[in-house]
Ligand binder design. Sequence first.
Ligand code: HEC
Ligand code: HEC
Length: 297
Amino acid sequence: MAELPGQFWSGWVLVLTLASLAGLVWLVFSLYFDGDQKTQDAGPIWDGNLREGEHPAPLWWFWLIFISLVISVIYLMLYPGLGAFSGALKWSQGGELHERLDRFSMEFGSTRRLVSEAKLETLREDARLMASAQRIYDRNCAVCHGYDAMGQADLFPNLRDADWQWGGDAAQIEQSIRHGRQAVMIGWLPVIGEQAVNQLTDYVLALGRGNAASHPGAQAYKSYCSACHGADGFGNVQLGAPNLTDGVSLYGSTREAIHQSIAEGRNGMMPAFGDRLDDTQIRLLVAWLSREGDDRQ
Ligand code: HEC
Ligand code: HEC
């Protein structure tokens, strides 16, 4: 029992506790049953006829104190309080906690096992589990991705569309949540200059409309951008480089937004939740966010 005091202090605690109890008993008894109690007219007289008398304290006080003393003694016999003596009931806070943990895992252990073993499909069909997934989402993710998970402020991606920057299958979504994501797209203005940035802005707009085939920006795109966004602009989920052809855009589809993305770069960061959520919570979120496909056969 590491949390109880060692031998030396235990002895002191014991002696001091018992001594103060004994002292209290002596004090109370001497006050009430002391042989030569002062009588009514023992005190001095003030102002001619005001006598300072001394009434003994009422007897029910005595019984109150006596009962509390008895209760303290019983308490000290049952529960830890006297140094290292752990009490007849062997109760401890640690024991209490363990008992509650056991009760908790008995109640929720089977749910946890179900969540870790069942297919995502099965989890998705369980309305109760999906409701808890939504609560986990509301508490942890909604500040950024919005309460409806539709994204926010041209900064936080929509998690409800078919467009996944980092991949939309279960394993990829789990990776995004557990380890976070750091997108790296440098600012191109200092590298290629304003004219090329403008040309590429037009090219990206054309890609979005699907008429970029003979666009004059194609050459610059091939040299500077295709390594990440792909030769046809379909993106690369390994790098989190978005698809530029699907009309879905994280930072906005206006000319200004696209120009800014290219000129200044973008470094979106999704924080890692591996330490903040446990496996069950993460799996519920993955089931809730992924729409089809399953990682277990
Ligand atoms: C501090 C804000 C913030 C919080 C909180 C946050 N995210 Fe994100 N998340 C982001 C940003 C920003 C991105 C986009 C990163 C990028 O630009 O590549 C992102 C990306 C993602 C992606 C990848 C999307 C894609 O298209 O591939 C998933 C999945 C995701 N978040 C899920 C979650 C879940 C689930 C939670 C809650 C456990 C959460 N996020 C909490 C900011 C946040
Ligand atoms: C090193 C890889 C890489 C290269 C090279 C690169 N990008 Fe990107 N690009 C990214 C990543 C990653 C993102 C996502 C940034 C984020 O989520 O914060 C991105 C985002 C963008 C966006 C914003 C998309 C949106 O959804 O809002 C545009 C537009 C873009 N890039 C255009 C270009 C152009 C044009 C070039 C060539 C000059 C280029 N990129 C070169 C990796 C790259």
